[in-house]
Design a protein around this ligand. Structure first.
Ligand SMILES: [Zn+2]
Length: 140
């Protein structure tokens, strides 16, 4: 079994020799395709299915391609076109990560309404608003 795995690994290494492999474009395309596939469970659309099929085919073609220069250019083109939206997605993810580790409270002072970030799981704590210095007690 071990011998078989070694031979398979050798064969795979030889097969992948000189192939382009995965890059940011193929990784992001995989995510988009996954979303489209889930969507296709709810929306019956021939066009959507064609799009998924074409996306998968293109992705496989790119990963096994030996024309690195062309694939590199595609990836660079993608990176330059998508930098804005990728940054927005990154910040959305980091805000949501923060939300799972912190409670966001609003200062009870009606004139202040400052949003205050408190780490979760600290029990009953007294919070002092950094803006108006109102204190209040919360379960975190
Ligand atoms: Zn306040």
């Amino acid at each position: 079994m071990n011998n078989f795995m070694n031979r398979f690994r050798e064969w795979l290494a030889g097969f992948m020799q000189g192939r382009y492999g995965a890059d940011q474009l193929s990784r992001d395309l995989n995510i988009v395709l996954l979303v489209l596939i889930v969507l296709s469970f709810f929306i019956r659309s021939g066009l959507l299915e064609l799009l998924i099929f074409a996306g998968i085919a293109w992705n496989i073609f790119r990963m096994f391609s030996k024309n690195h220069a062309a694939r590199y250019r595609e990836n660079q083109w993608y990176l330059s076109k998508s930098s804005g939206i990728r940054r927005r997605i990154q910040s959305f993810i980091s805000i949501n990560k923060q939300r799972s580790n912190y409670h966001i409270y609003t200062c009870p002072n009606r004139e202040c309404r400052q949003k205050i970030r408190i780490p979760k799981g600290k029990g009953r704590i007294e919070v002092t608003c950094p803006r108006c210095h109102t204190t209040f007690v919360k379960n975190s």
